[in-house]
Design a protein around this ligand. Structure first.
Ligand code: ADE
Ligand code: ZN
Length: 346
């Protein structure tokens, strides 16, 4: 058994984590009090979410699974809308960013590429870049205090239109918001269908302006979503990508093009993509030679932290301390930190 202190001490980055999925229970309670909002259901429901990850999808749930905790990915994304809707002021947004960096630091994460999808933050419609700037201020404070360094991936929601996506990228290219280093797309692939063609122009514009690209695919879609991400969206990293295991030609292409997967086994199990850790393809992806990182996705509502998930992965998949050290190295290499920063992180 690997000591959790040793896991925390490994210098590592997290590259697949959502700001929307990082509200500590105390953050939610404080925001709800500040805005006079009622909690969704009894307080015990929200307690269950942030401490036990009460998001088991109905088809794989073993417990009661009721209230806002039921419903797999779709229900889960709805919960994020509610929670992010509580953030109304610049101070609150900066506080959430600071709290994120503190939480990452306590798991031993030195650097994070955090995904931010402004569509969840519904009080900021039309002021998305102000929201991003408020987060940047919180990340600045955190860095000054010696906490985890954080950059952001601005995420499109899969259901947005091509025009909306192109307008967003136009605004990013013009404003170059601080700490925004990448364009991303997330949301439910089952609900929106294939979105590669729709976002092709937006991603091309982002790439030629020097923004990195990371794309959710192969979670609620099969291998075709991953093909679209690499062929149409110029993705450098795939968020999840686990269902690539179903297509040997795709596996070969991921290796040839040195594309890293930001894998999140607990999220996949909690949201019903795989039944349990034992049926998760992470070990098979590693054996095939794909570059894989090990991440949490949405640690707070899934009731976890990165150090805890690495400990579980070691137990479930038989990883040694050296295997985890390899994940740590790879996480920094795969991150969008610049080369100078990477050198200080290793
Ligand atoms: N946004 C937050 N978590 C997500 C996930 N697991 N899949 C797609 N979009 C998300
Ligand atoms: Zn994700």
């Amino acid at each position: 058994r690997i000591d959790e202190f040793d896991i925390r001490a490994l210098p590592k980055a997290e590259v697949h984590i959502h700001l929307e999925g990082s509200f500590a229970l105390i953050d939610i309670l404080t925001l709800a009090k500040e805005s006079g909002s009622a909690l969704p259901g009894p307080a015990s429901t929200i307690f269950d979410i942030t401490t036990h990850g009460a998001y088991a999808a109905p088809e794989v749930t073993t417990g009661g699974g009721s209230g806002v905790g039921a419903g797999g990915l779709t229900g889960f994304l709805g919960f994020l809308d509610w929670q992010c809707g509580l953030v109304r002021t610049r101070e609150q947004a900066a506080r959430i960013a600071y709290s994120f960096a503190a939480r990452q630091s306590s798991a031993g994460v030195r650097y994070s590429d955090v995904i931010v999808n402004p569509t969840h933050w519904n009080a900021w419609r039309g002021r998305e870049l102000e929201l991003m700037d408020a987060f940047a201020a919180g990340f600045d404070d955190a860095e000054q205090d010696g906490l985890c360094v954080t950059n952001m991936a601005y995420s499109l929601l899969r259901s947005q239109s091509a025009i909306e996506a192109e307008d967003i990228v136009g605004a990013l290219v013009a404003a170059r918001p601080r700490r925004v280093v990448a364009l991303s797309v997330d949301g439910d692939e089952k609900v929106s269908g294939r979105t590669g063609e729709k976002f092709q122009n937006a991603f091309a514009a982002a790439a030629s302006a020097g923004f990195h690209r990371t794309v959710h695919a192969g979670e609620s879609s099969g291998p075709e979503g991953v093909w679209d991400a690499i062929d149409l969206l110029q993705a450098e990293r795939i968020d999840h990508g686990v269902r690539a295991i179903e297509d040997p030609a795709l596996i070969k292409t991921l290796i040839d093009r040195e594309i890293t997967l930001g894998v999140c086994p607990r999220s996949n199990v909690s949201l019903g993509i795989y039944r349990d850790w034992q049926s998760h393809p992470l070990p098979r992806l590693l054996d095939a030679g794909v570059a894989v990182t090990l991440n949490t996705d949405d640690p707070a509502p899934l009731g976890t932290t990165l150090d805890a998930d690495w400990a579980v992965a070691a137990t479930e998949f038989g990883f040694t301390y050296d295997d985890l050290a390899g994940f740590a190295e790879r996480s920094i290499d795969a991150s969008f930190a610049n080369d100078d920063l990477k050198a200080t992180l290793h």
